[in-house]
Ligand binder design. Structure first.
Ligand SMILES: Nc1ncnc2c1ncn2[C@@H]1O[C@H](COP(=O)(O)OP(=O)(O)OP(=O)(O)O)[C@@H](O)[C@H]1O
Ligand SMILES: [Mg+2]
Length: 356
């Protein structure tokens, strides 16, 4: 188990930056995830940790050792590439053994390690199968075994589940998490899927355009986003532009451009929110925060859209021209129909303030 520290890391490609001013301290044994839209710099950062790219500026440490310009094969990392990069004409065992042969271990040691790792990823029966005779999920596990067999200090995974169907993705996600906590290996995981990131990670780094937007636990990132980008990228939210009308010790009252008046609590705000009278703030209200019927922050809306997913029902309602998205747990009752009028409310603690 090793910690990974990135200090003031910038990677430039010509004049453009891939990533800029990255500062990260990943703890030994931590499951740390890079999350962000396509092109935000996730792979670039992972490749610098692996040693396939060297930083333009800044330093990378594994524990106290500066590895910024060390070659990949000297770093004791296991990496799973987005496309797996397996050898298709070789068998499962030959693929898993590859990294050990490069390290010139004895035949007996290699056999023992390959056997152990193959059963770790639950492919006991598949040792002599060719890669092109395996399903996508099985190939994914071979890639994982090949990365794990060398007993790496650090495991790097670049969107390892992106080629799998939804069910297999969920199963494999549980499997990776199980392996990671069993082995206690420091893991850096890359994904653009926010549910996957939240379900698996100790901490998440949200990136946009090569910059870090927030680092925190899944709960912190979901419940206390630091900016509008994080609020809307993680989960769904209703973002409303408002002006602060009145502030007391316990309450902040705001009004949207549509004339919707809402009340929240001053403590429930990002550091970026300026809660003085007359200033502009954004409200983030999660779809699941709404209740049906009268209550605090009561609003009357007209149903615009209904989507039934089994567990829940999503409604879009129009309140004075603003469209709110609501999510209700399916209680077996009849659904509302498009055009119905409905009274909803939002508890004060579910109103979250963000800066411009
Ligand atoms: N070798 C390269 N040469 C030039 N530009 C590059 C190179 N590699 C990446 N970039 C650019 O750097 C930025 C970050 O790319 P990166 O591959 O890290 O994104 P990503 O977050 O992994 O995206 P995705 O989710 O699509 O894989 C992009 O604008 C990309 O075009
Ligand atoms: Mg990538």
């Amino acid at each position: 188990m090793k910690g990974v520290t990135l200090e003031n890391i910038t990677k430039k490609f010509g004049k453009a930056h891939g990533v800029a001013d990255l500062n990260i301290a990943i703890q030994p044994g931590e499951f740390f995830t890079f999350l962000g839209p396509s092109g935000c710099g996730k792979t670039t950062t992972l490749r610098m940790i692996a040693g396939f790219y060297f930083p333009t500026e800044g330093d990378i440490y594994f524990d106290d050792r500066n590895v910024s310009t060390l070659q990949p094969n000297k770093r004791e990392i296991g990496m799973v590439f987005q496309n797996y990069a397996l050898f298709p004409h070789m068998t499962v065992d030959e693929n898993i053994a590859f990294g050990l042969q490069v390290r010139k271990l004895s035949k007996a040691t290699i056999k023992e390690k390959v056997d152990r790792t193959r059963s770790l990823v639950r492919l006991e029966q598949y040792g002599s199968r060719k890669i092109n005779e395996l399903s996508g999920g099985q190939q994914q596990r071979v890639a994982l075994a090949r990365a794990l067999v060398i007993e790496p200090d650090i495991l790097l995974l670049d969107e390892p589940l992106s080629n799998l169907d939804a069910k297999l993705r969920e199963e494999t996600r549980v499997e990776i998490k199980r392996l990671q906590s069993e082995l206690g290996v420091t893991t850096v995981y890359v994904t653009h899927d926010q549910t996957e990131a939240m379900a698996m990670s100790d901490r998440i780094m949200v990136m946009e355009n090569g910059y870090v937007k927030q680092i925190g636990t899944p709960q912190a990132i979901y419940n206390r986003p630091e900016n509008r980008f994080v609020a809307s990228f993680i989960g769904e939210t209703n973002l409303i532009k408002t002006t602060v009308r009145q502030v007391t010790r316990d309450e902040v009252e705001v009004e949207s451009e549509e004339g919707i008046r809402l009340v929240g609590m001053p403590a429930n705000a990002a550091a970026s929110a300026d809660l003085r009278q007359g200033s502009t703030v954004y409200l983030s209200i999660r779809p699941e925060a709404f209740g049906i019927g009268p209550g605090p922050n009561e609003m009357l809306g007209r149903v615009q859209f209904v989507e039934f997913t089994g567990v829940s029902i999503q409604y879009v309602i129009d309140v004075k021209g603003f469209h709110f998205t609501l999510m209700m747990i399916n209680d077996g009752n009849e659904l509302l129909a498009i055009g119905d009028m409905i009274v909803v409310h939002v508890p004060l603690r579910n109103v979250y303030f963000l800066g411009e």
